[in-house]
Design a binder for this molecule. Structure first.
Ligand code: NAD
Length: 268
């Protein structure tokens, strides 16, 4: 008997990485899980791994699609108890270029004085900025608003932010801004809906092994690993554990908080 037996959960970005791990964990704990992704293949593949799951295809940056997706889940399962706003994107070409410059600089540092300029902010286009905020921050708002309309018997929301939202990450200021926005949004909504018996928290992962980080140069990864107290990147399942704690019976007195599984990269 799972700890969230019979609950209905919607996980966004469930077609890959952390979202897939969260969907599988909540399924294993007894929830009926709707696996939402903009990538229909990913959503279907994850849903196929679940004992009681369904796939939902939607772009979280589009409020009409999010409203429709939440309606579909409620019509199918009759309720919605848990929302995990997890969908996310990488920093785009400008960030990839900046990380490329970082890799060059680290290589230079190993062989002498570094010469490569690192700053990424001046190269970020309006489109890249708005897309980043659209998927992460707008998407979290759209999902939360739609879910709250259906959480008549209480509920739990977990927003996946990032250590970049806590400390800021060089090379991806747009990503860091979006994630910091999610942190503030989470605490405001947690206060707003607590009287209705709804809890809202953040999980702020450190560096986790998922397709999101696949483009990272080995020299950059080695540099990061040296800065992580536990000496390694995390696993998607280790983020799913944090989500499971927050949505399950052990987390009932926790709201407006950030749980950051980051291997001791950031400590507070
Ligand atoms: P991932 O690329 O493996 O998975 C992200 C999923 O989100 C993909 O399936 C993708 O199709 C989906 N997605 C992207 N845009 C979408 C949209 N507009 N609508 C619906 N779905 C969309 O990445 P991941 O590493 O599992 O990232 C999951 C979350 O964790 C993200 O919010 C990310 O910012 C956050 N995070 C990741 C790390 C890390 O190191 N991997 C660290 C901190 C935070």
């Amino acid at each position: 008997m799972g700890s969230i037996e019979g609950k209905v959960a919607l996980v966004t970005g469930a077609g890959s990485g952390i979202g897939e791990a969260v969907a599988r964990r909540l399924d294993a704990e007894g929830a009926r899980v709707a696996a939402l992704d903009v990538d229909s293949t990913g959503a279907e593949l994850t849903a196929g791994l679940l004992t009681r799951g369904m796939a939902v295809v939607a772009d979280v940056a589009d409020s009409a699609q999010v409203d429709e997706a939440v309606r579909t889940v409620v019509e199918t399962y009759g309720r919605l108890d848990i929302l995990v706003n997890n969908a996310g994107i990488r920093g785009g070409q400008e960030a990839d270029d900046a990380f490329g410059r970082l890799a060059a600089r680290l290589a230079e540092a190993e062989s002498g004085a570094p010469e490569t300029m690192l700053d990424a902010t001046v190269n970020i286009s309006d489109d890249a900025w708005h897309r980043m905020l659209g998927v992460h921050l707008d998407g979290t708002f759209y999902g939360t608003r739609a879910a709250l309309r259906h959480m008549e018997r209480g509920g739990v929301i977990v927003n996946v932010s990032s250590i970049c939202g806590l400390t800021g990450c060089a090379h991806i200021p747009h990503y860091s801004a979006a994630k910091a926005g999610i942190e503030g949004f989470t605490r405001a909504v947690a206060r707003d809906v607590a009287p209705r018996g709804i809890r809202v928290n953040c999980v702020a992962p450190g560096y986790i092994d998922t397709p999101l980080g696949d483009v990272m140069a080995p020299v950059v990864r080695r540099d990061l690993e040296r800065q992580i107290s536990l000496g390694r990147f995390g696993l998607p399942a280790e983020i799913a554990s944090a989500v499971a704690f927050l949505v399950g019976p052990d987390g009932t007195y926790v709201t407006g908080q950030t749980l950051s599984p980051n291997g001791g990269f950031v400590m507070s």
